[in-house]
Ligand binder design. Structure first.
Ligand SMILES: Cc1cc2nc3c(=O)[nH]c(=O)nc-3n(C[C@H](O)[C@H](O)[C@H](O)COP(=O)(O)OP(=O)(O)OC[C@H]3O[C@@H](n4cnc5c(N)ncnc54)[C@H](O)[C@@H]3O)c2cc1C
Length: 402
């Protein structure tokens, strides 16, 4: 038996940032267990057609969080990153418009603009009606029936591959918030008004894929990172993993669904884990270079299996081609062409998720098990948020002596 203060499950951005923050605080009694042969989780990259490809989908580093940049630049200095100003597009009515749609309707022919504006003017949110409970109704209430039917609902059906009304509305505050007044103003003045979405300015490595910084962070952990070490068994009472690693606490950044087979859990926790839903995503490489300046493009057309294109040639130096992201349930066979399958890509915001996550987290923290990251929290979060939360958690746990 190897004994540690912290047994960390998962070497994605969350586990890596937690481990390195412990180290910066002078704590060396930890081990990171990772099932794959390399660190980085969804943020890993491989080489395809001579250049890097991000196997978890399109990955860009937001610049907003100083503590995150300070940590990452220790492993990959600022000079190794290229700054980009976001160009993202939506395919609608046969043309590509800038994202978000509500702020860029002015790029459509005038008759189409009138069509959309008339529909937004009738939206419940504009008329001061209360927000509905069901997802599809909420989208129509917020954006009007045209944007709902031509973009948001088909796009959500594609990415989640489920009835949108099985999703809650509690997370929709994350959508770009463009008022009707701003939409009108943008149509009259022919420029975007309203809040820009995340990643307005972002960093991407000059010479590498997004996975490089996480690979280096993994390497820097030396033998404290145990690769190829999948969670097989866990005893929550003694906080022992795989009968070999015992922690004063376990820090869990892997999906809870792996816990149900691994050890004894209270019935209500097992039931709560059974309610969690995730979406698998296939990433497919295409060698053709597309004639667009977009970094990425959303495509709501339901006859196409993919929902987003990543135009590698526009952010990865000297590369060609693009890759697509497709819900694996919708993705057709591809023969020999490059594909990476991510069984756990998006935690799904179903109606009963908040209650289920609360049950799991309450049980876990009472037992010295700390939920971390995208899967510990079962929450959509970008890697900068995951790192920021991991830094904060390491400080808090050390300060609390846990
Ligand atoms: C399509 C897509 C696009 C995204 N775009 C961006 C973006 O542009 N910018 C951005 O910042 N973020 C983006 N993200 C989010 C980013 O991927 C996550 O925020 C980040 O990966 C979360 O890190 P994590 O460590 O919490 O989880 P993960 O990266 O999922 O890491 C979890 C780790 O646990 C390991 N693990 C799982 N099961 C076991 C087991 N049984 N035993 C041992 N180990 C296990 C996994 O192999 C993995 O290494 C995107 C995500 C997706 C899916």
């Amino acid at each position: 038996m190897e004994k540690f203060r912290y047994v960390i499950l998962g070497a994605g951005p969350s586990g890596l940032a937690f481990a390195h923050t412990l180290r910066l605080l002078g704590e060396e009694s930890f081990v990171v267990l990772e099932k794959e042969t390399g660190a980085g989780g969804l943020c890993r990259s491989v080489e395809v057609d001579g250049k890097p490809l991000d196997i978890g989908g399109g990955h860009f580093l937001d610049l907003k969080r100083k503590e995150v940049l300070d940590l990452l630049f220790r492993f990959m200095p600022r000079e190794e990153w290229q700054e980009h100003h976001r160009v993202s597009k939506i395919r609608i009515r046969g043309i590509e418009l800038d994202h978000p749609l509500e702020g860029n309707l002015w790029q459509l022919p005038v008759a189409d603009q009138i069509d959309f504006l008339e529909s937004i003017a009738r939206a419940g949110s504009v008329l001061g009606e209360p927000p509905p409970e069901a997802f599809a109704d909420w989208i129509t209430w917020k954006l009007g029936d045209r944007i709902a039917q031509e973009y948001m609902l088909p796009y959500n059906r594609k990415i989640w591959s489920m009835d949108p009304n099985k999703l809650g509305t509690y997370w929709l505050y994350k959508l770009p918030n463009v008022s009707f007044r701003e939409t009108l103003q943008s149509c009259l003045e022919h420029k975007m008004f309203g809040a820009l979405p995340a990643h307005g300015t972002f960093l991407y490595p000059k010479e590498y894929g997004y996975g490089e910084v996480w690979r280096r962070m993994g390497d820097a952990l030396g033998d404290k990172l145990r690769l190829g070490e999948r969670l097989i068994t866990v005893d929550p009472a003694t906080r022992t993993v795989n009968g070999r690693y015992q922690g004063e606490c376990i820090v869990n950044s892997i999906p809870w669904t792996f816990w149900t087979e691994a050890g004894p859990l209270p019935d209500e926790v097992r039931a709560a884990i059974g309610k969690l839903v995730q979406v698998p995503i296939a990433v497919d490489y295409h060698a053709e270079t597309l004639p667009s300046d977009s970094h990425w493009t959303y495509d709501p057309e339901e006859s196409k299996s993919f929902h987003r294109l990543l135009l590698r040639s526009n952010f990865c130096t000297g590369s060609r081609g693009y890759w697509t992201e497709t819900n694996s349930a919708r993705s057709p066979a591809r023969g020999d062409a490059f594909r990476h399958h991510n069984p756990y890509a998006y935690p799904v915001n179903t109606l009963d998720k908040p209650g289920a996550v609360e049950t799991i987290k309450t049980w876990a923290t009472r037992n010295g098990i700390h939920p971390l990251g995208r899967w510990g929290q079962w929450e959509h979060m970008n890697s900068d948020v995951a790192v920021s939360l991991a830094i904060a958690a390491a400080h808090e746990l050390r300060a609390a002596g846990g």
